[in-house]
Design a protein around this ligand. Structure first.
Ligand code: PMP
Length: 397
């Protein structure tokens, strides 16, 4: 039965990791991945996580099945993180949250549910977007199109183009929006622009699906939720996928959530019953450990403070690397203005380097970036940044 099976194309970013691992140069640097590293080049295990894990291991809890939707303590903590604990939506019982397998799992459960609800809808993603968005929604059976987003000339957002595309979408189209820290470009829209997006979503009767994979990496937990606040205040129904992969540095534990805002508590109950069917036929119920750790951190005032401090530390280190890279390129006499790198938010920067320049970075210097010119700023550190700045300067010549 497998004789005629064709080899699937390699995942572009995972393929880059394989090439990086095979590279024997001691000076090699991997800027291709979407992971935060410390200044020592390590993936951190946060102190707040370590403390919550220690308590949990000592308590030695039994490993029974979770409910289909995951633990209530976790789901409530997620909703409070997204909308604020005093949110009217939460008080009204209008939201449902289910624990999902990372942000990816949340997107897929949401996509599968939406396919049942709106079988003829089209999904729109930003141009460009996280490379898995298109494949994920296509695998749920949707046609996927782009809306204008990145403006290479300004290295910012082509907001007029974005609005124009939103205005042309058929009613009940699904619009995937990066809530903050756009991946791959690092270019976000402002709060005032979000207001306009929400207004068009309402006018055109579109369905917003907000992807929040980096809450806390731009300006802070509350500050980064501005899009969610505006959607919440709008009275619209919408979906949110969120993830603790980055903000808790829990990549491999697969901790995320799908939250859906309905128009009433009664409606939310019906939606939950349908979402649970999707989960039940996929993986039945989520794993215990990651969610329990996150819930423990978020519900303890001390651990929560510790986590927020650690998150701020990651955010500030990335900012320092952005500033430092720009300064070091200027100091090396690079004529081109790279100050946009400081304005971009989150882990990534679209550097504007061409495919050829990215290739040269790899072959001549062992500096690995994505072919689109995306680099992970969170992989720069005080030890490798001079080498990276030298390499970029050389390929720009
Ligand atoms: N959405 C976006 C925009 C992302 O960048 C990522 C992670 N790279 C995800 C979703 C998926 O997150 P997770 O690793 O938690 O599945």
């Amino acid at each position: 039965i497998f004789a005629a099976v064709e080899m699937a194309p390699r995942d572009p970013i995972l393929g880059l990791n394989e090439a990086f691992n095979a590279d024997t140069r001691a000076t090699k640097v991997n800027l291709g991945v979407g992971v935060y590293f410390t200044d020592e080049g390590k993936i951190p295990l946060l102190g707040a996580v370590k403390a919550a894990e220690k308590t949990r291991i000592e308590a030695a809890p039994a490993r029974g099945y979770q409910p289909i939707e995951g633990a209530a303590a976790y789901n409530n903590a997620v909703a409070a993180l997204l909308f604020g604990k005093d949110s009217a939506l939460l008080a009204n019982g209008q939201t449902i949250t289910i624990e999902a397998l990372g942000g990816t799992g949340a997107l897929k459960v949401g996509a599968d549910y939406l396919k049942r609800l709106l079988p003829n809808a089209t999904v729109y993603i930003s141009d460009p977007s996280w490379e898995n968005h298109r494949a994920l929604f296509e695998s749920a059976g949707f046609p996927v199109s782009n809306y204008a987003y990145y403006d290479a000339a300004t290295r910012g957002v082509n907001f007029e183009g974005m609005l124009a595309d939103l205005r042309q979408m058929p009613a009940q189209s699904i619009v995937v929006l990066h809530a903050c820290c756009h991946n791959p470009t690092g270019a976000d829209i402002t709060a005032a622009q979000w207001e306009q997006v929400v207004a068009v979503i309402r006018e055109r009767n579109l369905i917003g699906f907000l992807d929040m994979a980096y809450q806390g990496f731009a300006d802070g937990i509350k500050e980064d939720a501005v899009a969610l606040d505006l959607f919440a205040a709008s009275g619209l129904q919408f979906l949110v996928s969120s993830s603790f992969s980055k903000s808790f540095s829990l990549y491999g534990e697969r901790v995320g959530a799908l939250t859906i805002v309905a128009s009433s508590k009664e409606e939310a109950g019906r939606v939950m019953s349908q979402v649970k069917r999707v989960v039940r036929t996929n993986y039945s119920n989520p794993p215990t450990h990651g969610g329990a750790v996150v819930a423990a951190v978020l519900s303890s005032p001390e651990l929560r403070q510790q986590w927020e401090d650690e998150l701020a530390g990651m955010r500030l280190r990335i900012r320092e690397m952005r500033k430092s890279l720009v300064e070091k390129l200027a100091a090396r006499g690079v004529a081109q203005d790279f100050s946009f790198v400081i304005k971009q938010r989150g882990m990534f920067s679209y550097t504007g380097l061409t495919v050829e320049q990215v290739e040269k970075l790899k072959t001549d210097f062992g500096v690995y970036a994505v072919g689109t010119g995306r680099i992970c700023v969170a992989a720069l550190n005080t030890k490798n940044i001079d080498y990276v700045a030298d390499a970029i300067t050389a390929v720009l010549k």
